[in-house]
Design a protein around this ligand. Structure first.
Ligand SMILES: Cc1cc2nc3c(=O)[nH]c(=O)nc-3n(C[C@H](O)[C@H](O)[C@H](O)COP(=O)(O)OP(=O)(O)OC[C@H]3O[C@@H](n4cnc5c(N)ncnc54)[C@H](O)[C@@H]3O)c2cc1C
Length: 382
């Protein structure tokens, strides 16, 4: 594996960092306290090409591979302090655009991809339900074929982008057998369709600028041409999008960890106690060394997933390993950051506590840490 960046990739990385600092960071504190999504920032991300990273030029995108997309996401995470906005961007890319790109019909691609790439449309995906989280394929939302159309009924929860979404990929049960047995199907549903009701924004611990809501479906009529992939192919779509999300979204978190480390090193050099900079105390410098170690461990794990996928190989195990490691490293480093900043780290003003609150979500979404360990154990034959 060779992860050396091409000149083009390095330039794009620098451009994204500069763009994020210039266009996405002002007003982040105010948006965080009011829970406001930065639509202008989202559209600015589209303008620089971020919303079309993996989408071919024919649909208005940049046609980038997985490693290039990861580099771009790492740069976004590094430059953008508004991690809720970055999360919304990632949701649109990996859980809406990529499944349409890989499993959609030509008509579906033409209908949605160009507008998702420009940010004219916002998308997301809905798997989780009140009684079906980690056990995703035990979903109760049902789709029944009646008179040639699908009728969807059920309730989804924790759906990122739902309050601002135009189109959602809804996973529903269409048969008895679970998972890859063929009982789950994915549907493209527009949020203004009759019978779709989006609940009020859910209040979360972190990522407060990324809107989330419940989605209620009551006799929603979906024509057969809005089935994504084939009937019973939902598990394959979900599994494929998770590989993308577990690599690219977590590359964004890696970028955030690098920014966090720089902030902590700077503070450790400036802050003096007992007559010297706190960075001179081994308790602090070793904490910083551990933060650096985690970043260096995380990077090859993540990029290995991208490299495998760019070679056309599956990377289920590698994506689970990378996701597990990066998310737990992100939380631990965020706790270390609070400790390094002492009481100031606990105060909203310094942004350190916000990173911790944002980081905690990462051990939950895209499959919890326990679920990643289950996947790894399964690959070990257990
Ligand atoms: C910020 C955020 C954004 C999200 N965005 C979306 C979205 O856009 N779309 C969407 O569909 N969902 C989304 N989710 C939901 C997310 O996918 C679920 O929260 C996650 O899959 C866990 O499900 P749960 O919350 O029901 O927890 P549960 O499945 O009830 O788990 C509770 C606890 O039990 C453990 N557990 C469960 N089963 C096992 C097992 N077999 N072995 C060991 N431990 C187990 C879990 O690890 C966890 O610790 C989001 C969640 C968050 C926090």
């Amino acid at each position: 594996m060779d992860f050396t960046e091409s000149e083009e990739q390095a330039l794009f990385r620098r451009q994204i960092v500069e763009f994020a600092r210039a266009r996405l960071n002002s007003g982040v504190k105010e948006r965080e306290s009011s829970g406001t999504f930065d639509r202008a920032g989202f559209l600015a991300c589209a303008e620089i090409g971020l919303l079309g990273l993996p989408v071919p030029e024919a649909y208005g995108g940049l046609g980038q591979g997985v490693v290039s997309s990861m580099i771009a996401m790492e740069a976004l995470g590094y430059g953008a302090e508004d991690q809720g906005l970055a999360f919304a961007v990632n949701t649109q890319l990996w859980t809406c655009e990529v499944p349409i790109l890989h499993f959609g019909t030509e008509a579906q691609k033409q209908r949605y991809l160009p507008k998702l790439v420009t940010g004219e449309l916002i998308g997301g995906h809905a798997t989780t339900e009140p009684n079906s989280g980690s056990d995703a394929y035990a979903m109760e939302t049902k789709a029944e074929l009646k008179d040639g159309v699908w009728i969807l009924n059920g309730n989804k929860t924790f759906i990122t982008n739902a309050p601002i979404a135009d189109v959602l990929i809804i996973f529903a049960s269409t048969g008895e057998s679970k998972g890859f047995g063929g009982g789950i199907t994915a549907f493209l549903v527009e949020t203004d369709q009759k019978g779709v009701q989006i609940g009020p924004p859910l209040k979360k611990m972190g990522l407060k600028t990324s809107p989330m809501a419940e989605v209620h479906l009551e006799d929603v009529v979906v024509p057969p041409e809005m089935v994504l992939g084939k009937k019973g192919g939902g598990a394959a779509i979900f599994s494929s999008e998770m590989e993308w999300e577990r690599s690219c979204l977590f590359a964004c978190h890696l970028g955030a960890m690098a920014r966090q480390l720089e902030k902590c090193v700077e503070y450790a050099k400036e802050r003096k106690q007992f007559g010297q900079a706190i960075g001179k105390y081994q308790a602090i410098s070793h904490r910083l060394a551990n933060m650096k170690l985690r970043i260096e461990m995380a990077r090859p794990m993540l990029y290995k997933v991208g490299w495998l996928k760019d070679q056309g190989q599956r990377a289920v195990l590698e994506a689970a390993i990378a996701k597990l490691y990066v998310s737990e490293a992100y939380v631990q480093s965020s706790l270390d950051a609070v400790q390094i900043f002492g009481g100031y780290g606990y105060m909203e003003e310094y942004d350190v506590e916000r990173m911790l609150r944002d980081a905690v979500g990462s051990v939950l979404y895209s499959g919890t840490s326990d679920i990643q360990r289950n996947i790894i154990a399964r690959w070990l034959g257990l």
